[in-house]
Write a protein that binds this ligand. Structure first.
Ligand code: VTB
Length: 334
């Protein structure tokens, strides 16, 4: 991968963001996702690379586009692996709520963990707490460590947790430390990445979300030098999700073994989930969020706000792009 890819990757998430933003608030989550997928894929094909989807819309037989294993790009040039989530937070987009975005992570061949479509226990925290907080420790211990590392009293810390039945005890434990809980209905990728920056009002993400999204978060947090750890969740009694109705722990363990995961309890560090020599993370806001605004449609232009984090040049770029319409007469500065 080289730096010329950064601009191309930015355009990929911008196009996906614009496509699904047209459906914001329409209550059409599948259509918003499909629009983002199509736009993302179309832009990816224009890049001179031998791209490959390692995390995408699903297995080949269940997803027609951006399926796992799909080759994208012109077919010549560097080998690049992609973990994509063209419309992360489809419910948020469909209901016009904060935090949905078009997002992807890219790395050199073999540089991203081929995560199964399972759940993952996650711990994300700022750079100052990297390697000090630990997913093996209790929430109570981690909040104590966070408070010390960040120099912020416990009752000023904000811990983001997905609002799910499985987190009832976790939320109780966090509140008992004095720290504040910010429940989110969806979108744990944006919440995780917000932990990588000071000033977002978000200090830590705890709890269980989807594993593929965990790899995308890990790539961004690795590039920022922040903390991320993940551990696969295979027990339906822990995940407590209707998605797993009828599945058993034994069956899930067998599926993991089939996928070549020999130690299902392994704890993955950010540098293992995104192990490539270089990683690039890119996201464009669909709706407004913690890190950037959503897409704004104006008379003569469309405005997108994005974040690209890259180890190629050690940058985190917050960019606004004005996509000028034909015959534009007047373009506001901001
Ligand atoms: C998780 C989370 C995502 O959807 O995948 C969630 O990581 C689905 O979780 O950010 P449940 O199956 O428990 O509903 C998101 O919130 C949005 O894609």
């Amino acid at each position: 991968m080289d730096r010329t890819l950064i601009q191309e990757i930015l355009e990929v998430v911008e196009q996906a963001g614009i496509a699904s933003a047209k459906l914001t608030g329409m209550g059409l989550k599948n259509e918003a996702d499909a629009a983002a997928v199509e736009a993302m894929r179309e832009r990816m094909y224009k890049i001179q690379m031998q791209g490959r989807i390692v995390i995408g819309e699903g297995e080949r037989d269940e997803a027609p586009m951006l399926y796992i294993g799909e080759e994208v790009g012109s077919g010549t040039g560097p080998g690049v692996d992609f973990a994509v989530d063209p419309c992360e937070g489809t419910n948020l987009c469909a209901n016009s709520q904060r935090g949905s975005m078009a997002v992807l992570a890219a790395s050199d061949r073999g540089g991203l963990f081929n995560a199964p479509d399972f759940y993952m226990k996650k711990l994300a925290a700022p750079p100052a707490a990297k390697g000090k907080v630990d997913i093996r420790k209790s929430a109570t211990e981690n909040i104590e460590i966070l408070s010390q590392c960040l120099g912020i009293p416990k009752d000023e810390l904000v811990i983001v947790v997905m609002d799910r039945a499985r987190h009832k005890d976790l939320i109780k434990e966090i509140r008992a430390t004095g720290a504040r809980v910010q429940p989110i209905s969806d979108g744990d990728v944006q919440a995780a990445i917000a932990c990588g920056f000071a000033g977002t009002g978000t200090h830590c993400l705890m709890g269980i979300g989807a594993a593929p999204e965990g790899v995308i978060s890990a790539a961004a947090l690795r590039a920022l030098g922040a903390h991320f750890q993940g551990q696969l969740v295979y027990d339906p009694a822990v995940a407590q999700t209707s998605e797993w109705e009828g599945l058993t722990k034994e069956g899930n363990l067998a599926r993991l073994a089939e996928m070549g995961i020999s130690d299902p309890d392994r704890i993955y560090e950010a540098e293992e989930l995104a192990c490539g020599e270089n990683v690039v993370f890119a996201a464009t806001g669909i709706t407004d969020g913690l890190l950037f605004d959503g897409v704004k449609f104006e008379k003569d232009c469309t405005r997108t706000s994005s974040l690209v984090i890259s180890t190629l040049d050690n940058t985190a770029r917050f960019t606004t792009t004005v996509h000028i319409k034909d015959g534009a007469q007047s373009i506001a500065l901001r």
